[in-house]
Each structure stands twice: as C-alpha cells, then as structure tokens.
Design a protein around this ligand. Structure first.
Ligand SMILES: [Zn+2]
Length: 360
C-alpha cells in the first residue's frame, strides 16, 4: 500500500494545502527525463526501480493511453534500452515481445536507461524539439509489472541554455523540476508540458484553475482566451452544480497553440491537453469540449448528476482512473462520458455568450 506523506512546504502556514502533498514511500520509482539533443527529437529516460525481490523484473511500455480508445504500441518509439545494477554494471536483458524487456537476474536495485523518439505534438504521443518537450506519459514511461502501486518521482532536466518550466497535474516535489505521483495509474494519466510556458490562473469559488500555454501569439490574445476559459468553466460549474476537488489543489489546462501542432484535445483526471495549429486568438471549440471533461469526468461519479441523467454506474474516482488505463479501448463509461460532452456541446457556448462572436 502506498504511504502518503504530507510535506508542509510552508511550515508557518496554518494549514497544508493539497498543492503541497507529495508522495514518497519506500520503494518509490524514480524517473529522470533529459534532453541532450532536442533538435533530434528524442528524450533520454533513466528509471530506477529499488527494493526489488528475486523475481525477474518485467519492464513494459504501454500499448494504449488514457482516454484515447485505441492501440498505439508506444514501444515502437523506444530504443537503446539498457539495464544496470547499483555499481553501474550492465545487466543482461531479454526482449520477450514487442512491448517488453525482462531482467531475469538482478539485485535490489535496477536502473534502466533508454531513448524515446517523439515528433508528434498531440494528446497521445511525445513531442521533443528545441522549443519544448510535450510528454504524454504512456508514450514515454517504462513501468514494471507488479509495481503499479508504488509511488513515483519524476525529474525534468532542461536542455542547456533554456528557461523552461513544467506544467502538469502531478504533485509538486522538492524543486521546480521534481514532481510525484501516488501510483502508476496517476502517473500515466498526468501529461506534462516542459517549455517556455505562460501560466495564468483564476479561481471560481474555492477551486483554482491554471491555464499553461505554449504559443506564438500576443499577450492580449492570451488574456482574451483565458477570460473565455474562465467564462465557460463557470458555466460548466453551473451545469453540474459544483466542481470536484482537484487533487494537486488546482486544475491545469495544458495548451500548445503552435503551427506544428496537431489538432487534439485529451482530458485527464486533473488536467486537459489541448493542441492546435491555429492561433489562440481564434480557437474556442476544442477548449470548450475538453474543459467539460474537467468537470464531468470527476463529477459524474462524485456528485449527483443533474438534468435527468441518472442510473449511470457509480465508481470511485480511483476506480475510474484505473479503468482509463486498463480498458480505454472498450470502456462503456468513457463512451457515456463522450456522449455527455457532445450532448452539452451546443448549450455551453450559448451559455457562455460566445455564439454571436463565433458567427462573425
Ligand atoms: Zn509546448
């Protein structure tokens, strides 16, 4: 069982906010992401698995991604895979199938190093270049069978000479580049944008929303966009009656509006990825559709649903997060969630007062 440890960053504070929760435990898995040659579009990953027993260490790359409903076989972009013991001696590995590597004989600790290629900027894959790293975890993270419940620490190491910051739903760690996840399911559901971000923040009642964007537009365009994000988030709060409690203490929109981005929107437990080749000055629909999931994917299962939608299966948020990863391609619950988003598609922009502007 994962041990949850509360770390009060601001000890003088009268309370410990959720944003200051870190997950640390014996056996925590540690990932290092580095970018020695971002111009060649690959990321170096080092993963250390401690406190291992004698059983073979079965390392896996995911075949699918939360919410994507299809197989992607992310191992296809992984290469140069090596395993080492505590003394840096390389350990023999087998490659029993396309998505797996097995270290049969090892000590208490194994460190795996590999490269992963990524040039697709969307909600599914990894994108690395000299302007940023946009990371969907299943496309990049090698995990070990049987260690799903262990906490994980992720460290982002920027390339030399850049001023990048990280935006993610992962919990903050001890530095600006270190984050934690309570288990594998949460880690896999936590995309990250690592680049020259602009982060704006607003609150609706007790809830905080962050809008982290990497774009090529003007500040005024961003300000107008964030005002519209706030408007529609308020309307979605009105539709559902209340907001869920977002676990890191805030909800994060991760947006890339860049000429080389694919058009995509992918919602997660406490964040949403939005990518578009369009200008931030003109894009609203994708944000609207993605943001409804910010509320619905948590609210449906945690607060009474309004407007006559009842009798849907009730599952705890953790059960639902698990279903995202284990049965994304066939989940009835997810299909219902998509239907709800489509159902609310016309009312949301109308309630937000966008319709006249969108017609112009
Ligand atoms: Zn970016």
């Amino acid at each position: 069982m994962v041990k949850r440890v509360l770390m009060a960053v601001a000890l003088a504070s009268a309370f410990v906010s959720l944003s200051q929760v870190r997950f640390e435990a014996a056996g925590s898995i540690r990932y290092q992401f580095s970018f020695p040659e971002p111009q060649h579009r690959w990321m170096q990953v080092e993963a250390t698995f401690p406190d291992l027993g004698a059983a073979p260490l079965e390392l896996r790359m995911s075949r699918s991604s939360p919410g994507r409903y299809s197989l992607h076989d992310f191992a296809k972009n992984v290469y140069d895979v090596h395993a080492f013991d505590l003394n840096g001696r390389e350990l023999p590995m087998s490659h029993p199938d396309a998505s797996g590597w097995t270290v049969n004989t090892h000590g208490d600790v194994v460190t795996v190093r590999y490269k992963v290629y990524g040039d697709r900027l969307d909600g599914t894959y990894l994108a690395v270049d000299t302007t940023h790293a946009h990371i969907n975890m299943p496309s990049a993270v090698m995990w070990a069978r049987g260690l799903d419940d262990r906490a994980a620490t992720i460290v982002f190491n920027p390339p030399a000479g850049v001023r990048w910051q990280v935006a993610t739903q992962l919990h903050r760690g001890s530095t600006a580049f270190e984050f934690t996840a309570p288990n594998l399911q949460y880690l896999m559901d936590s995309p990250a944008e690592f680049g020259p971000l602009v982060i704006r923040q607003f609150s609706v009642g007790a809830r905080t929303f962050r809008f982290a964007v990497h774009h090529a537009g003007a500040d005024g365009e961003l300000d107008a966009f964030v005002r519209d994000v706030e408007t529609i988030v308020k309307q979605e709060g009105a539709i559902y009656g209340e907001y869920p409690e977002f676990e890191p203490g805030y909800y994060t929109f991760l947006a890339d509006y860049l000429p080389y981005a694919m058009g995509d929107g992918m919602e997660h437990r406490n964040s949403t990825v939005m990518t578009s080749a369009g200008s931030i000055a003109r894009s609203r629909g994708g944000m609207s559709n993605a943001s409804v999931h910010a509320i619905s994917s948590r609210s449906i299962w945690t607060v009474p649903i309004r407007r006559g939608v009842s009798g849907w299966p009730k599952a705890s948020p953790s059960t639902m997060a698990r279903s995202f990863c284990s049965a994304a391609a066939s989940s009835t619950s997810l299909r219902r969630l998509e239907r709800l988003a489509i159902w609310w598609k016309p009312p949301r922009p109308t309630r937000a007062g966008w319709c006249d502007r969108r017609r112009r």
